[in-house]
Ligand binder design. Structure first.
Ligand SMILES: Cc1cc2nc3c(=O)[nH]c(=O)nc-3n(C[C@H](O)[C@H](O)[C@H](O)COP(=O)(O)O)c2cc1C
Length: 104
């Protein structure tokens, strides 16, 4: 099945211009792909954790040597990789705030 992953990141949630633009695009895309599955991830309301030293250390630790906490980090990362790699299309509209794009 075709899957579209929609990444929103407006601090104004669904009222943000980028969210509205993405929703318009996805509505048209959905009309052309009526059987497709759409997964929405809101990075402003549900932010991803920063890649810090503990997480990187967990990734570089062999599976049989990981602590339970390190395994949680790896499982979270694997779930995101699967979410991203299993989709066939993606829609990502990025707002600009304080001279930068969100660090997500
Ligand atoms: C706190 C804040 C900082 C902003 N900083 C910038 C900026 O540095 N450069 C810019 O072009 N627009 C800036 N803007 C304007 C945003 O790009 C504009 O509000 C845009 O609509 C945000 O996208 P959104 O509506 O999808 O959330 C800023 C807006 C806010 C609220």
């Amino acid at each position: 099945m075709t899957t579209l992953l929609q990444l929103n990141s407006s601090i104004f949630s669904s009222g943000g211009h980028s969210s509205q633009l993405a929703n318009e695009f996805v509505a048209t895309w959905r009309a052309n792909n009526p059987d497709a599955q759409i997964k929405v991830r809101d990075l402003a309301n549900d932010p991803l954790p920063h890649l810090d030293a503990q997480r990187v250390s967990a990734f570089f630790t062999p599976p049989d040597a990981r602590t339970p906490g390190q395994q949680v980090y790896v499982d979270e990362s694997d779930a995101l990789i699967n979410e991203s790699s299993s989709r066939k299309s993606s829609s990502s509209v990025c707002p600009c705030t304080t001279l930068a794009f969100p660090r997500r």
